[in-house]
Every structure is written in structure tokens, then in C-alpha cells.
Design a protein around this ligand. Structure first.
Ligand SMILES: [Zn+2]
Length: 133
């Protein structure tokens, strides 16, 4: 993990961003925040096990799907499978020691069930409307 402090690189409303092997934090105090560090380390692990680049592709596509699902940027972001895992486990400082390979898949289920429902939903006229907005 290479820790960088930059308020310029981190989007407004966020404390940090992880782009393997870098963790970029809004301010230097976050380096002493074990929960923040654990959250970002979970992302480093996710990125590494997906060989980095596919992680960003999946992350972006899932964000767009979640945006259709929730129509709210923050809710969409919080429900990306990778974020669901990181937020659910950030307080568990020993999580990464026992996390299984591709552990984020446990948090993906909801996406598939939603996609499944949306197909049913798609076949009705109402949905057609909701996608126009
Ligand atoms: Zn995160």
C-alpha cells in the first residue's frame, strides 16, 4: 500500500480513493484511522484478486446499474458490491486475515436478483416509463 495525501485527487464528499497500489486520502490524519485504512485495504484486495483493471470495469458498470435501480448517486455508490463488502467489514480489523478469495461475491447476490426482477419489470409498460426519466 502506497499512501498519498491529496485533497485534489479525492472527490468532494469522499475521504479517499484506492487505485492499486495507491491509497489516496483527503488528509494525512486518515492514515491513523484504522477503519478508513481497513476499508481501503479491502478495496486493494478486491482489486488485486481481479487483476486490477477488470475491477474498475465492473465497479463502473455496477455503479451505472445501481443508478438505474436507485436513481440516487450516493445510494448507488453505497450499493456497489465492492462498497457493500468494504462498508460491512471496515470495522472488523481482522477481516482480511480470514476473508475468502473473491469474498465480495457474497455481496453481489442482490445485484443478480435485482437484474432478474428487472427483466420481469421490463416487460411491463410502467418500466418503460421509469427508464425514460
Ligand atoms: Zn469504498
Amino acid at each position: 500500500m502506497i499512501f498519498i495525501v491529496s485533497s485534489f485527487l479525492v472527490r468532494q464528499g469522499f475521504n479517499g480513493i484506492t487505485i492499486w497500489p495507491f491509497v489516496i486520502a483527503r488528509n494525512k490524519h486518515l492514515k491513523e484511522d484504522p477503519v478508513f485504512i481497513n476499508h481501503e485495504k479491502i478495496h486493494l484486495r478486491q482489486q488485486l484478486e481481479m487483476l486490477v483493471l477488470p475491477f474498475y470495469v465492473w465497479y463502473t458498470l455496477e455503479y451505472l446499474l445501481r443508478l438505474l435501480q436507485y436513481r440516487n448517486r450516493h445510494t448507488a455508490y453505497r450499493n456497489i458490491s465492492f462498497e457493500r463488502e468494504a462498508y460491512a467489514k471496515e470495522n472488523d480489523l481482522n477481516y482480511l486475515k480470514r476473508r475468502s478469495f473473491f469474498g465480495f461475491l457474497e455481496y453481489v447476490k442482490f445485484l443478480f436478483s435485482w437484474v432478474g426482477e428487472s427483466f420481469v419489470f421490463f416487460s411491463t409498460e410502467e418500466v418503460f416509463f421509469s427508464f425514460k426519466f
